[in-house]
Design a protein around this ligand. Structure first.
Ligand code: TYC
Length: 99
């Protein structure tokens, strides 16, 4: 097969790592602190202590880093945050940006 031959003629196969994306939680005036901690534990798998620190950072500095993931996983985390927040009546938002 042509593709097979082409592949074998390459003297070097270059492997590229997938791009990574930072996921941030954003501050707002209405989401409760306890709910943000719950999000960080349930969606981002933080310990209670880590979750509390990140929540306080977001509260004081307007945004905080929750984790770094491949594109698909980062996108899923953002959607999970927005859905769980909406289901609970909170306006909490998350964003992602390339590392
Ligand atoms: N600022 C919110 C309050 O005072 C708490 C909060 C923290 C909201 C982090 C969102 O991502 C957030 N209740």
């Amino acid at each position: 097969m042509a593709t097979h031959i082409d592949y074998e003629l390459q003297d070097e196969v270059k492997l590229k790592y997938p791009k990574k994306y930072k996921v941030y939680l954003l501050n707002d005036d209405y989401t409760s602190m306890d709910f943000v901690i719950d999000i960080l534990i349930s969606i981002f798998h933080k310990t209670y202590e880590q979750a509390e620190n990140i929540m306080l950072e977001v509260h004081k500095k307007e945004r905080g880093l929750c984790g770094v993931y491949t594109h698909e996983i980062a996108e899923t985390k953002v959607m999970q945050v927005i859905k769980k927040a909406r289901d609970n009546g909170f306006p909490l938002k998350a964003t992602m940006e390339e590392e």
